[in-house]
Design a protein around this ligand. Structure first.
Ligand code: IDP
Ligand code: MG
Length: 153
């Protein structure tokens, strides 16, 4: 398993409005993941429809798009060992009522339609989502001696 796996994590508009950006970033930093891209954006409808293309046709799709357009989103790329799967574990279940305490959703929210964060569900989705949200030059390929030396053996 590679130490340089990347995942797309976003703080949704409700997470930004509720001032949870710092706490969410802190959890990934604390775990030992490396932040390689970060920006705040107010995404267009078209951008979100492509991001959530797999959910087109679901009854909640229109409300999901308007929720995601309701304010700025903080988009990030985190890198490290098993980042995609571990990112999902750290977020918790889609329905926060089924998310364990200790997960982001389990600790900070209660409803599926306001579940404060997004995380890629597979390496393929991560690659697609990272390319959809970030230009190549917005991703910072840098070395952290601290992480290399003390997070990995
Ligand atoms: P995920 O975010 O955990 O990957 P998905 O099934 O990919 O979950 O759904 C994307 C987002 O759509 C969810 O995070 C949530 O905001 C919203 N969503 C999913 N299912 C429902 C639902 O049944 N009602 C309202 N919103 C939903
Ligand atoms: Mg999903």
């Amino acid at each position: 398993m590679a130490n340089n796996e990347r995942t797309f994590i976003a703080v949704k508009p409700d997470g930004v409005q509720r001032g949870l950006v710092g706490k969410i970033i802190q959890r990934f930093e604390d775990r030992g993941y490396k932040l390689v891209a970060l920006k705040q954006v107010t995404p267009s409808k078209d951008h979100l429809e492509v991001h959530y293309q797999d959910l087109k046709g679901k009854p909640f799709f229109p409300s999901l798009i308007s929720y995601m357009q309701s304010g700025p989103v903080v988009a990030m790329v985190w890198q490290g060992l098993d980042a995609v799967k571990q990112g999902r574990v750290m977020l918790g279940a889609t329905n926060p009522l089924q998310s364990a305490p200790g997960t982001i959703r389990g600790d900070f929210c209660v409803q599926t339609g306001r579940n404060i964060c997004h995380g890629s569900d597979s390496v393929d989705s991560a690659n697609r989502e990272i390319a959809h949200w970030f230009k190549t030059e917005e991703i910072n390929d840098y070395t952290s001696d601290q992480i290399n030396k003390w997070v990995y053996e």
